[in-house]
Design a protein around this ligand. Sequence first.
Ligand SMILES: Nc1ncnc2c1ncn2[C@@H]1O[C@H](COP(=O)(O)OP(=O)(O)OP(=O)(O)O)[C@@H](O)[C@H]1O
Length: 317
Amino acid sequence: MGVEIKVDDLSKSFGKQLIWGDVSLTIPAGEICVMLGPSGTGKSVFLKTLIGLLKPDKGSILIEGTDIASCSEKELYEIRKLFGVLFQDGAMFGSMNLYDNVAFPLREHTKKSESEIRDIVMEKMDLVGLLGAEDKLPGEISGGMRKRAGLARALVLDPEIVLFDEPDSGLDPVRTSFLNQLIIDLNAQIDATFLIVTHDVNTARTVPDNIGLLYHRHLAMFGPREMLLSSEEPVVRQFLNAQRVGPIGMSEEKDADELEAEKGQELPPLPPIPLQQEPSNGIPRRSQREPGVWCRENGITPPPGSFQENMNMTIGS
Ligand SMILES: Nc1ncnc2c1ncn2[C@@H]1O[C@H](COP(=O)(O)OP(=O)(O)OP(=O)(O)O)[C@@H](O)[C@H]1O
């Protein structure tokens, strides 16, 4: 069913450099969340903090009653078993074939026999569409296949939480679209809690139940997909619509002169909110909400043309 992650008042610095501060959010059990933010805003640092690889300076991260930020090494070891992580490059061992790479966590962390391991590895390889590629070395396959192999490995210990660090980096739009479908299908199948760090606005607009945006050393907004996609808040609006007009500049914030020069420039209207991508078998995920419900419940009129089948999305200005 997945487990909830409750982050409260979290801050992380390296030396005197504050990466982000006062981050509070709840990642609901079984749902898909996307974390966005301009480069260098600390999205990867956030993921590493959630699994206890980095210690925050203050705040708490509650998972099943344990605070990752302050628990003992022994408790952390136990909690980490709940996580599967897909690293950016798949983080495969180059000299091992895919079978051994995927089997690795089972051999390291369980006492399962080789025949039990074989069943699990083949099941996960099947899940990510890689049956038949077990003997290949990571260097012999495409980036998209490497990501899927990394995903199979992230799933072998049946995680309750799966973290994806830029799953779409280096993939073309078609491969990204296939990987997104795989992520949605997997969520429907295993019901774990998913957190995806990405730069891809199209992924953020169509895949998650909830979106967060890190910007300028804080969490600018976190909430249901429809809340952010209908938001007029300048940073959220600019980022989710990939626009140049707004507070975000080439190297993080624009200065006062740049902002002054933009005064009076008309912003393009918000594009329609697309339908959320559904599992390929057409059966809604357990946590999936009806299109438009959040807007209706919160008295927000969605942009014209929202929630229509096969609509053309116009992003960017
Ligand atoms: N171990 C570390 N020690 C010191 N500084 C670090 C460490 N890890 C990350 N940083 C710094 O933290 C900041 C945020 O890095 P991070 O990789 O989390 O950003 P990001 O939002 O994931 O960026 P991108 O989208 O480009 O991948 C950067 O300035 C980086 O140099």
